[in-house]
Design a protein around this ligand. Structure first.
Ligand SMILES: Nc1ncnc2c1ncn2[C@@H]1O[C@H](COP(=O)(O)OP(=O)(O)OP(=O)(O)O)[C@@H](O)[C@H]1O
Ligand SMILES: [Mg+2]
Length: 242
């Protein structure tokens, strides 16, 4: 349902993505792993239209986008179908939890009372209805991230991208966010997640993609990960938790 074809991205002389191609099917859960600087966040940002590529194409269902020439109209079309959850939550600080969740719906033209109804049901889903009128500064990191997930769900995207959703959290708050993501997995939401939580990645993923220097080195089932002969992956896993 989403296909990337030969995606390249450079920042000046630095080549960050060096020909990324892969396909995600509906309902698939794919984890992206790799060392710092390997291009994981850049890949997600390109998929979500936050960053243009130097070259490459993306196909979503029957629509093909040239990622090197993205117009605002294309970005809007992509963001209706692909939403993103950020490492640092990226909530509006002067908006309440509920206002953060419904912002996109209102911009999209939904009537306010309908948006509020939907927003409350999404906050309920992430276990935060009782915090709906709290501002981000009045919420823990785990709660802010759960608001971020509710916001990402609001526009009923076909795919949700998560960029290290738990890495800014204190260890005791990680599980509450992972359990919300697990719930989405059970509901067959299509997910692409960058994570260092290897145990979690192995548990939820249909596929694990290992990136190194802007290239997909390995794309495999979680069970096959530790049997891989790829030296870069073996070196990476030697450092990551098992
Ligand atoms: N806006 C930018 N301008 C210039 N260089 C950038 C920019 N964004 C990223 N880079 C560079 O691109 C490379 C890949 O960055 P990216 O954030 O995609 O890595 P990552 O795999 O997500 O790393 P991490 O695990 O640390 O989050 C890095 O060398 C980074 O410094
Ligand atoms: Mg990153």
């Amino acid at each position: 349902m989403i296909t990337l074809k030969d995606v390249h991205k450079s920042f000046d002389d630095l080549k960050v993505l060096n020909g990324i191609s892969f396909t995600m099917k509906k309902g698939e859960i794919i984890s992206v792993i790799g060392s710092s600087g390997s291009g994981k966040s850049t890949l997600l940002r390109v998929i979500n239209g936050l960053e243009s590529a130097s070259r490459g194409h993306m196909k979503i269902d029957d629509d093909t986008f040239d990622l090197s020439t993205m117009h605002e109209k294309d970005k809007r079309r992509i963001r209706k179908r692909v939403s993103m959850v950020f490492q640092n939550y990226n909530l509006f600080k002067h908006k309440t939890a509920l206002e953060n969740v419904i912002e996109g719906l209102i911009v999209d033209g939904m009537k306010k009372d309908k948006a509020i109804e939907l927003g409350i049901s999404l906050l309920d889903k992430v276990g935060l209805v009782d915090r709906k009128n709290h501002y981000p500064s009045q919420l823990s990191g785990g709660q802010q991230q759960r608001v971020g997930i509710a916001r990402a769900l609001a526009l009923k995207p076909q795919v949700i991208l998560f960029d290290e959703p738990t890495s800014a959290l204190d260890p005791e708050l990680v599980q509450e966010v992972l359990s919300v993501i697990r719930k989405l997995v059970d509901e067959s939401v299509t997910i692409l997640i960058v994570t260092h939580e290897m145990t979690f990645a192995k548990e939820i993923s249909d596929r694990i993609v290992f990136m190194s220097e802007g290239v997909i080195e390995v794309d495999t089932h979680p069970q096959a990960l530790y049997q891989s002969n790829n030296n870069k992956l073996r070196a990476f896993l030697g450092k990551a938790d098992k």
